[in-house]
Write a new protein. Structure first.
Length: 295
């Protein structure tokens, strides 16, 4: 079977951060207008993984622009690859990208897939203060991971740190040496997409020790801010065949925390990478939600 092909973006651009770091993004659609979705990718993936969803959303409503930034150290951002300096810097990067978008579009919908949804929630809590986003769109949000991934990440990180301590080695803080214990089959089951994920050169397979720490800090922070999001219009779409995320547990958490305006919860028969398995159905849910807000 041939490797899956990704729809090409209309534009690749850069948003320069306050510390001079260039954050690349892919854009499908116009450079200004009405609605724009800013989608954050997961921990080890990158903006191109959102291409099937971007194309499906544009098919469903060509007036909606889809923007997918690469988070620091990921994807097209090759400088200090695999390294996140701090949780604050990660969120500041996102805020800068979103605020660039709010200057060009009437309504910006902040979105995130997997761990990116947790990062989006933290940013949304800050943006909520000035009502800078129209809604929060979550796909396979990773607030509650299954035991396999949580245990393997913890054990693999501990093993690497233990080996270095035993050898008396202090690695360069910017050296990405910690292996990420994820396999393509954790995301997707389709053979063509499995081949893509296996061959993808932009996927992070090793990160710095500091990144592992920042991931943990961001995860904890995302739980803390959930009560602050209670009045933001929100939707969460899950794949019922997800091997990484406990979708029932996350849905229950969101319903408990987002009290003033209950989130819309949708389920699709799909694995973790819903955007690969059924981008049209996912786009239908997200575009329908955006349209409802405009009524």
């Amino acid at each position: 079977m041939a490797i899956a092909e990704l729809p090409a973006e209309d534009t690749i651009g850069v948003v320069t951060q306050s510390d001079g770091y260039p954050i690349h993004y892919r854009r499908w659609g116009k450079d200004s207008g009405g609605d724009a979705i800013v989608m954050l990718h997961g921990g080890v993936s990158h903006s191109q993984w959102q291409a099937p969803l971007a194309a499906a959303i544009r098919d469903a409503d060509p007036s909606i622009t889809f923007i997918a930034p690469d988070r620091r150290g990921s994807g097209l951002n090759q400088d200090r690859r695999g390294h996140l300096p701090s949780k604050e810097r990660e969120i500041e990067d996102v805020l800068t990208v979103v605020r660039e978008a709010t200057a060009r579009y009437e309504r910006v919908h902040l979105a995130g897939w997997c761990f990116g949804a947790q990062v989006a929630c933290i940013a949304a809590a800050e943006l909520r203060k000035e009502r800078e986003i129209a809604s929060l769109l979550m796909v396979s949000p990773g607030f509650v991971f299954g035991e396999r991934y949580a245990d393997v990440l913890r054990m693999s990180t501990a093993a690497v740190r233990g080996a270095l301590a035993e050898l008396g080695v202090t690695p360069d803080p910017l050296h990405a040496y910690v292996p990420v214990p994820l396999q393509p089959t954790d995301f997707i089951t389709d053979e063509a997409w499995l081949e893509f994920a296996t061959e993808d050169e932009l996927t992070l397979r090793r990160v710095t020790d500091g990144t592992v720490t920042v991931w943990g800090e961001l995860a904890a922070w995302s739980w803390e801010v959930l009560p602050e999001l209670r009045d933001i219009p929100a939707i969460a779409v899950f794949g019922t065949e997800d091997r990484l995320v406990d979708h029932d547990g996350v849905a229950r958490l969101l319903r408990e925390q987002l009290t003033a305006r209950p989130p819309v919860i949708e389920l699709l028969k799909a694995p973790h990478a819903v955007q690969f398995a059924d981008p049209a159905a996912l786009a239908e849910h997200l575009v329908g939600f955006v349209h409802q807000l405009a009524r």
